[in-house]
Design a protein around this ligand. Sequence first.
Ligand code: PRP
Length: 179
Amino acid sequence: MYKDFEKVLVSKEQLAKRISELASELDKEYNGKNPLFIGILKGSVFFTADLLKALTIPCQMEFMAVSSYGKETKSNGEVKLIKDLSVPIEGRHVIIVEDIVDSGNTLSYLKRILLQRNPASIKIITLLDKPDRRKVDLKVEYIGFTIPDEFVVGYGLDYDEDYRTFDEVYILKREVYEK
Ligand code: PRP
């Protein structure tokens, strides 16, 4: 394991097993609906790819990017749209794919703007959920793992853009982000 990590929180095997379970649920729920999955850059790229490869039904994949106006304002729920969709979603069954739900501000904002475009339905899937940190009321239909309030990286998740490409979810050593 890389020196900056305290321990593995979610292993490769646990990821693969849970992703395959989630894919089976989505296969059933969205059969015949040609759903549109929207991955939120950049954290969700690996989860989105692995989840959609595990599906057996046809679907489509798009990406959006958002960013906070800064750490402090993010806690006030301010989110900025960096990259919008290039396709309409009216009448489509949409699933937003996230790596982690923390305060819930990002998804609450995204859901609100996407609902204005009249999709047939809109649901959320996240690999990780940190319910202890929630600041807004948000319904998350599919959750991979509920985790404690620890600083996690890997499998798409970063600290200052580092560690995204490691293939498990790790707890970052305190000394790395407290120095
Ligand atoms: C992370 C994550 C969510 C958001 C969750 O993204 O991917 O989008 O934060 O936090 P919230 O529930 O408090 O809004 P980040 O802004 O770190 O961008 P990234 O995906 O590019 O790492």
